[in-house]
Design a protein around this ligand. Structure first.
Ligand SMILES: *Cc1c(COP(=O)(O)O)cnc(C)c1O
Length: 385
């Protein structure tokens, strides 16, 4: 079976884990700080705060921005549910802006129109989660311009995009956003088993993130509100969580981060091989962008029926494929909040006709050729070519 995605782990990660297991600290040790420094350097940004997963990272980012009941967060419908549920965790409402069919990212014109309407109705969002779908960066300069005009904060959901660049800057530099969020789940470009991180430029924001990931505890005496009644004193000043990452995970992530440039190059190479092989097929290929650390390779088929049949055909051939994603608002949890079919027509059309093909470090040339042959043969058999 050729999976749609999988992690690439070698002896270096295994040895790094063993070293941690033989050391004094399994959590809250030096490995986490080392990883945070390496990630901040990679992103050319002042601060990185590592947490237990990408969803926790999104939740903390929303908390630091003060998102709460009565507020709204907007995001793309074509994303993993966590880009939206982070608002629900805070009691805030979620709304969705349709995608652009070419980039599959939030459509900037639609965003602007919706903002103008929302301003008239006095229900502007407090936060926009800009998802870099499949790794392709959103038009962050345009988003930053709208953020200034309409006074909302911007979180980049870069769960797909680590290792990519936007206007010469690494994704995560936060040049055009308040914070950037990463995930290190095994299907992502680099993994820690489970893991996540937030990058930001503001020291106060970073300090808030560190506090919230650790129960809201304050250990710095200068920040205490009360005089300590004895030794081992600390204060919990706000509602926080246990969102810490372990040193075991941080050790894996540190090795993976060193390999990231090579991983990205390999993903980009595989995307080129697919693009060339499919150039003459009646399928829409991903937007071409040399700076993208492709996380997914998504093709759009002529119809929903063809897509379903291709999924089945590939499965028969032992090839895994996947749908990334159905519109988040079509999930029962969000349907209950009043989102109906047709709310974002481009996203729905996209979700009906697209399929993600295997793309991962470790996919052999022979296996990729098997995928290509299967797709081409299927489309010929269907009479689509
Ligand atoms: C994976 C993912 C997340 C959540 O990350 P976890 O580490 O799995 O919690 C959030 N947003 C997007 C776009 C993702 O792909």
């Amino acid at each position: 079976m050729i999976p749609c995605s999988r992690q690439a782990i070698s002896d270096e990660e295994i040895n790094a884990v063993v070293d941690v297991l033989r050391s004094d600290f399994l959590t809250q040790g030096q490995r986490v700080t080392d990883f945070e420094r390496a990630l901040a350097n990679h992103c050319d940004v002042a601060h990185a705060v590592a947490v237990c997963n990408g969803t926790a990272a999104l939740h903390l980012a929303c908390r630091v921005l003060g998102l709460t009941a009565g507020d709204a967060l907007w995001t793309s419908p074509i994303t993993f549910v966590a880009s939206a549920t982070c608002a629900s965790f805070c009691g805030a409402a979620v709304d969705f802006v349709d995608i652009h069919p070419q980039t599959r990212n939030i459509d900037i014109d639609k965003l602007e129109q919706k903002l103008i309407q929302a301003r008239e109705q006095r229900r502007l969002p407090k936060v926009l989660v800009a998802v870099h779908f499949a790794g392709l960066s959103c038009d962050m300069a345009a988003i930053a311009r709208l953020a200034r005009e309409f006074q909302f904060a911007v979180i980049e959901d870069a769960a797909h995009a680590i290792g990519g660049r936007y206007l010469q800057q690494p994704i995560g530099s936060c040049r055009y956003s308040d914070m950037t969020v990463f995930s290190f789940h095994p299907v992502k470009n680099i993994t820690a088993g489970e893991g996540g991180a937030i990058t930001c430029r503001d020291e106060t924001v970073a300090e808030q993130l560190r506090q919230l990931r650790h129960h809201g505890l304050v250990r710095d005496a200068a920040q205490w509100q009360y005089a300590p009644d004895g030794p081992s004193y600390y204060e919990q000043q706000q509602l926080g969580y246990n969102y810490r990452i372990t040193d075991i995970q941080a050790a894996i992530a540190t090795v993976q981060l060193q390999k990231l440039p090579a991983f990205v190059a390999e993903r980009q190479r595989q995307v080129q091989v697919y693009n060339q092989a499919f150039a003459d097929l009646p399928v829409r290929l991903p937007h071409s962008d040399a700076d993208t650390a492709w996380h997914l390779y998504v093709i759009e088929l002529p119809s929903c029926e063809v897509r379903h049949a291709l999924f089945d055909y590939l499965a028969e051939q032992g090839i895994g494929s996947n749908i990334h994603y159905r519109p988040v608002y079509r999930q029962p949890y969000f349907r209950e909040q009043g989102f109906a079919e047709g709310y974002c027509p481009k996203a729905e059309r996209y979700a009906e006709c697209t399929l993600s093909l295997p793309l991962f470090v470790g996919l052999t040339a022979a296996d990729q050729q098997r995928v290509i042959t299967a797709v081409c043969e299927f489309l010929q058999r269907e009479g689509a070519v």
